[in-house]
Design a protein around this ligand. Structure first.
Ligand code: PEP
Length: 255
């Protein structure tokens, strides 16, 4: 069985002090959950300390963005080398907020994916359609374009360090969750596209998360779906109790 992953995307939230207090509490609250995988993705400013506090625990740490070069004249950017150096495990790439506000293209997203896996870090690659695209019956086209574009040139062995998060944009931060059936429909489609790009064995081992207004009261039905391997969680990852509850739900499902 694929190992479920619950990853918290804090976005631009929590000062360093708040992050330290949050993870110090979280470490204790989730220490008994060993079957599923747990990750938190704080802002850059808190990464070092969060890595230190979670060291030796069952919590991994992710960054929310990266620039695809080791170093150089890229003012304001952070490289995969820098993230690896401080002990980061994951990098979120292609989040819809970055695609929208920072105009990130599939090509740029793909460069980032390569730069991160080449450093031996793991990727959470986000894909998903807008409400207009869904209403125009373009969901599968958009998801396929972002999937194929984001994974261009990625080998089957590199894919082992990549997780997809299917995040319908209309469900992010809106309180509107995709129904488990809607999420499963697209996620099983993504798995079938992975079969076409690689093979069935690779696709069966490949993890695909759902993201979009996940909460403790809807997560159980989401992870009950056959192809959904966990969640990328925004709002509900900012409170220790709700995030720990999501981890507990994943842990029960993993049994
Ligand atoms: C996200 O930003 O990845 C996300 C899923 O946010 P939320 O859970 O708040 O909808």
């Amino acid at each position: 069985m694929r190992r479920l992953l619950v990853a918290g995307n804090w976005k631009m939230n929590k000062t360093n002090r708040e992050a330290v207090s949050f993870v110090s509490e979280l470490v204790d609250k989730v220490k008994m959950f060993k079957r599923c995988e747990i990750a938190v993705c704080p802002p850059f400013t808190a990464l070092s300390e969060v890595v230190e506090i979670t060291n030796g625990s069952n919590i991994e740490v992710g960054a929310q963005n990266v620039y695809p070069a080791d170093s150089g004249a890229f003012t304001g950017e952070v490289s995969p080398l820098m993230l690896k150096d401080i002990g980061v495990d994951y990098v979120i790439i292609g989040h819809s907020e970055r695609r929208k506000y920072f105009k990130e293209t599939d090509e740029f997203v793909n460069q980032k994916v390569h730069s991160v896996v080449e450093k031996g870090l793991k990727v959470i690659l986000c894909i998903g359609e807008t409400l207009e695209e869904r209403q125009a019956n373009k969901t599968f086209d958009v998801v396929k374009r972002e999937l194929v574009g984001g994974l261009k040139g990625i080998t089957a062995s590199q894919l082992e360090n990549i997780v997809i998060a299917y995040e319908p944009i209309w469900a992010i931060g809106t309180g509107i969750t995709a129904t488990p059936e809607q999420a499963e429909e697209v996620i099983s489609f993504i798995r079938s596209e992975i079969t076409k790009l690689y093979d069935n064995e690779v696709a069966q081992n490949f993890r695909i998360l759902y993201g979009g207004s996940i909460k403790p009261d809807n997560f159980e039905a989401i992870v009950a779906e056959e192809d959904i391997d966990g969640g990328l969680v925004g709002g509900a990852s900012l409170k220790v109790d709700s995030f720990a509850r999501l981890v507990e739900i994943a842990e029960e499902r993993q049994a």
